[in-house]
Design a protein around this ligand. Structure first.
Ligand code: NBP
Length: 476
């Protein structure tokens, strides 16, 4: 075969990825279970580059030059397994199967191990940026063997987003590392979105501002530390007027947030690894609360608020406080997400370069932001940085806003505005910096009722106190 790359699965995402490859001068073999999709791609966009149309999987595989590079872009889950099962008998040692769908990383680990047994490379790849990104340059997070990246990497880098000429694609690490990092990316996206939503709610409650006025605040914020795609689109969305009613668009959108599940995966994994990603967890639960219709109906108008009217005396100062609280909370959410990447990297032996992850998220994905450069620089200063918040740049940036952060969280509590992500991020900040946490008491309680033992501050070893007897302490 002569095709340098193949794409099977030509729904929205696969179709756009195939066009992206073709537009970059690659000869692309294209295939889809239902051949009509493949034919329509070639009919509509055949002039954008060189496509090799194929109707059967055997023809598709035969169209590829060796080692074959097959991008699978079908529905995550059973469909991906079905396509892999069909492909594998047709492939030869050294060929590379790239799963560019939204697989859960344990599935990727399973598939990688199975294909490795057969001498094939399996590359679970995070692809961010939706339809638009797939066509014009996504952020790409490939896992799998380093060897596979030698031939595959240049092709993926060519079609990825570029920031300052640098591709938003790099080898992430072995087996499931790529899909894992994509998962955490999505979790951080949840936190970022929730923090922005809380800032909007605070400005609405504190200032009685209209959506359009709040949109102007976000537009102004987009020229500072917060500059990012999400802040930019928030300004745009808030200023949009609903055609049917003439009202602010956001005021006619139902307040029940949905999710496809990557936030949930991120939180489930954080619980497994014991990493406190409170920002992402609160954001995920905030969506769940918004969708808890029976509970909200039972509570609305029944549970007393017992708050006084909120008259912010100095709107300009309040807006600046909210901005600083948003930035500090955002730093916490990212710091926690990068901790989770570090923990998984240690657990699975992936050796993920966290600075490189921040670099490939600068373009082509939903959390793209100027701020990510600062994260890359922090890990360049210290690749083993134990806590992003403790990097000198972030310590100083947050220090500048701590007083504002406390004022905002306190005011939110006093005036009954729910800020789960702002508040839990501040609690995390105070927790992680604490000289001493009340976990001493928890350990004492655990020893009392369950003989779980405790360690002491003054000497090494494990101890148990005979609580039900003479209360003497024994080395355990
Ligand atoms: P879908 O997720 O809607 O999947 C449709 C494709 O899967 C079609 O090509 C369909 O073939 C194929 N397919 C199915 Br369903 N079952 C199959 C089977 N048993 N054997 C072979 N093919 C099968 O497509 P999409 O929305 O383009 O998304 C593709 C992947 O990208 C998914 O994993 C999705 O989660 C991910 N995604 C990512 C982003 C992002 O921003 N990164 C956005 C959207 C989607 P048919 O035409 O014959 O039915």
């Amino acid at each position: 075969g002569t095709a340098q790359i193949g794409v099977t699965g030509l729904a929205v995402m696969g179709r756009n990825l195939a066009r992206n490859f073709a537009r970059h001068g690659y000869t692309v073999a294209v295939h889809n279970r239902t051949a009509a999709r493949m034919r329509s791609l070639v009919a509509d966009h055949g002039d954008e580059g060189t496509f090799v149309p194929t109707e059967t999987m055997a023809d598709f595989v035969a169209a590829l030059e060796r080692p074959r590079k097959v991008v699978v872009m079908v529905q995550a889950g059973a469909a991906t397994d079905a396509v892999i099962d069909e492909l594998v008998p047709l492939l030869e040692a050294g060929d590379i199967v790239v799963d560019a769908g939204n697989a859960h990383f344990p599935d990727t680990r399973r598939r990688e191990a199975a294909l490795r047994e057969k001498g094939l490379h399996f590359v679970g790849t995070g692809v961010s940026g939706g339809e638009e990104g797939a066509l014009n340059g996504p952020s790409i997070m490939p896992g799998g063997t380093r060897e596979s990246y030698e031939s595959l990497g240049p092709i993926l880098e060519a079609i990825s987003a570029k920031v300052d000429g640098v591709p938003c694609c790099t080898w992430v690490g072995p087996d499931g590392a790529g899909h894992f990092v994509k998962m955490v990316h999505n979790g951080i996206e949840y936190a970022d979105m929730q923090l922005i939503a809380e800032a909007y709610d605070l400005l609405k409650a504190g200032l009685g501002a209209s959506a359009a006025e709040i949109g102007e605040v976000f537009a102004a914020w987009n020229s500072g530390d917060l500059e990012s795609f999400l802040i930019e689109i928030t300004a745009d969305v808030l200023q949009h007027v609903d055609a049917a009613t003439g009202k602010a668009f956001v005021d006619v959108v139902a307040d029940a947030a949905e999710q496809k599940g990557t936030g949930r995966w991120t939180v489930q994994n954080a619980l497994d690894l014991g990493v406190p990603i409170t920002g992402i967890a609160e954001a995920t639960f905030a969506r769940a609360l918004s969708g808890s219709a029976p509970q909200r109906a039972a509570a609305r108008g029944v549970l007393p608020a017992d708050v006084q009217a909120w008259n912010v005396p100095d709107p300009g100062a309040f807006i600046e406080d909210v901005r600083k609280a948003l930035f500090a909370s955002k730093v916490v959410a990212y710091s926690q997400g990068f901790d989770q990447i570090a923990a998984a990297s240690a657990e699975f032996g992936w050796a993920i370069d966290r600075g490189a992850m921040a670099r490939i998220w600068r373009g082509g994905c939903i959390i793209r932001a100027k701020f990510l450069d600062r994260i890359t620089q922090a890990y360049e200063r210290d690749a083993q940085l134990p806590l992003l918040l403790a990097d000198p740049y972030f310590t100083a940036a947050v220090a500048d806003g701590v007083a504002a952060w406390r004022r905002v969280v306190a005011a939110a509590a006093v005036h009954g505005v729910p800020t789960p992500a702002f508040s839990s991020s501040l609690a995390y900040y105070d927790g992680v910096r604490a000289e001493r946490l009340p976990a001493n008491l928890v350990q004492a309680q655990r020893d009392f009722f369950g003989a779980h033992t405790y360690r002491r501050t003054d000497r090494d070893g494990s101890f148990h106190t005979d609580w039900s007897g003479d209360r003497a302490e024994h080395e355990a």
